[in-house]
Design a protein. Structure first.
Length: 113
């Protein structure tokens, strides 16, 4: 399958069962870069085809209200029957370490002290 610049056009023109079956026969993992904040018509199609949903939240860029809203929508939407989670990307490690969450970022504080 060729990459498509227009995800909605691709998703609306293919038979979903054939599409997902073909992808699963070729690849063990398929990652689709979906719409920002599940904010387009593609979102409903993608969550229906997905084995899991991973919502990427960019440090210092994605507004907390948007991230919270997307995660709450996924949690309350009965049609989303797949596991979902979130990941924080492009983290400012020095700033994160300053919050002292007690995770691996604290090692950065020890190295810089």
């Amino acid at each position: 399958l060729a990459p498509s610049e227009d995800l909605l056009a691709l998703l609306s023109t293919v038979d979903s069962s054939l599409f997902t079956d073909e992808l699963h026969s070729i690849y063990s993992v398929v990652i689709v870069n979906g719409p920002l904040g599940l904010g387009g018509p593609e979102a409903g199609l993608l969550t229906g085809w997905a084995d899991a949903v991973l919502f990427a939240i960019r440090w210092g860029r994605t507004r907390r209200s948007i991230a919270r809203g997307v995660l709450e929508t996924l949690a309350s939407d009965a049609s989303v029957s797949v596991p979902f989670g979130s990941v924080l990307t492009q983290v400012n490690l020095k700033k994160h370490a300053g919050y002292q969450f007690g995770d691996s970022a604290d090692l950065l504080l020890e190295e810089t002290s």
